[in-house]
Structures are given as C-alpha cells and as structure tokens.
Write a protein that binds this ligand. Structure first.
Ligand SMILES: [Zn+2]
Length: 248
C-alpha cells in the first residue's frame, strides 16, 4: 500500500517530465498549471487519478479536456512499482533498476509523442549505470554490455535512418551497460517482434501507411521493462495502455 501511494506521487512527477523535457521547460518552475489556460493548479487538482475522475477529465478552470496520458502514466507507474516490488529489494541494485523502469516509461511516452529520445534523459542514466557497475567492480562488463546492442542499432540507424533513430541506439547502449548484452539483445528482439505484431493490423486496416513515422522507442522501452521484470503481463498491460492512448 505504501508502495502504491509512493508510485502515484512519482507518477505525477513522471508526467511533468514527459510534458516538459521535450518542450525544453524547467522541471521545477513554474508550478503545475493547466497547459491550455495556464491556470495554476491547486492541491485538489493534483491528486493522482482521483482528480481526473472527479473533474471528469476536464480542467476545473477552462473546462478543456485533460490529456488522458496523465492518468494512464499514473496508473502505469503504480503497476510498474508493484511489479518491481515483487522482484527487487529496496537496496542499491533495486533502486537503480527502479530508476531505470521509470526512465523507460518517460522515454516511451516522449518518443511516442515527439519521436525523440532526449539526451538529457539518456546521458544521466549512462553516468548512473556506469558508476553503479564501477561500484560493483564490473566496469569492463558494462562497456562490453553496451557495445554489441548499441553498435548493432547504431549501424542500422546509420544505413536505415527511417527505421531506427540514433536515440534508439543510445537507449540500448545505456540499457546494455546495466543489463548486459544478452538481456538487451533479447529486448531488441522482443521489441521488433511486438512492433511488427501490433503494426501489421494497423497497416492492413489502413490506419497507418508505410510513410507514417512510427517511433521504435516505445517498443524498445516496453521490451526492456519486460526483460527487467520478466513479467509478460506487465509488458502486455504497458503496451496495451500505450496504444489506447495512441488511439485518442
Ligand atoms: Zn485549463
């Protein structure tokens, strides 16, 4: 229960990151406000999930619809935290992996909306993971772990930039530093397969065409979450929620 409340609060913070980082806004200032009418939000507007339900998904001041992403991210953060608590202890390794899971959620949603994976998220993660592996005395393993998956995607991004961005390659290099190359390559495989399985029906139904830019980041992020938690249910839920959000 304590984890659940903690997760809802973190979820609100992740929403702030998802909204503000790609727009180059400060994370701390200004305080939370409605993105449409800029009215500053009070405590009653900021209760995770409940505010959204009570306000029926609309801003209290300008009555515009609130992006359903806010509530989706809050619920996903709670699910991720519960999945994490089932597998990890709240020790150093656990905390580093929890930060990674939250980061993947933020990156997945930013890439879905803006087709970018910001360096301002990937670089601090790289530093954190390398310091953590150094502390464990596994710095060499960390470098080797990022070399194969990072290099592989880097090569694809170089020769086939429509299908793969440099951001994807950087993300997987950073993931490899923490998880090792085996799990990271598995995540690339799962991400590619799930991407194909989910996009083929959309292609057939002509909801998208071959030229529609489809970010690969959300698939990679979901696959990494699956690999970290080793839970099929979690990754399925995550992807399902993403595509519910995408269809709005
Ligand atoms: Zn408003």
């Amino acid at each position: 229960m304590l984890y659940f409340i903690f997760a809802l609060i973190i979820g609100s913070f992740l929403n702030v990151l998802i909204h503000r980082i790609p727009r180059g806004e400060s994370i701390v200032f200004p305080p939370s406000h409605c993105p449409l009418c800029a009215h500053r939000l009070g405590v009653g507007d900021l209760i995770p999930v409940l505010s959204y339900i009570f306000l029926r998904g609309r801003c209290r001041y300008c009555h515009h619809r609130i992006n359903p992403r806010y509530v989706v991210v809050e619920v996903l953060t709670a699910l991720l935290t519960l999945g994490w608590a089932a597998k990890f202890q709240p020790d150093l390794s656990g905390v580093v992996h929890l930060v990674f899971l939250y980061l993947l959620l933020v990156i997945g949603f930013i890439d879905l909306e803006h087709q970018i994976i910001p360096n301002s998220l990937v670089l601090p993660a790289a530093v954190l993971f390398l310091l953590y592996r150094l502390y464990q005395g596994q710095l060499l393993e960390a470098f080797l772990g990022s070399l194969l998956p990072g290099g592989f995607l880097f090569a694809i991004a170089l020769f086939y930039p429509q299908g793969m961005g440099m951001g994807d390659a950087k993300l997987m290099a950073v993931a490899g530093a923490l998880l090792g190359w085996e799990k990271t390559v598995a995540a690339i495989f799962i991400g590619s397969c799930s991407g194909t399985v989910l996009l083929l029906p959309l292609l057939c139904l002509k909801k998208i065409n071959r030229k529609t830019p489809v970010p690969f980041g959300p698939f990679l992020a979901s696959a990494l979450i699956l690999v970290v938690l080793e839970s099929k249910v979690m990754a399925f839920l995550f992807r399902w929620c993403e595509y519910t959000f995408l269809s709005f």
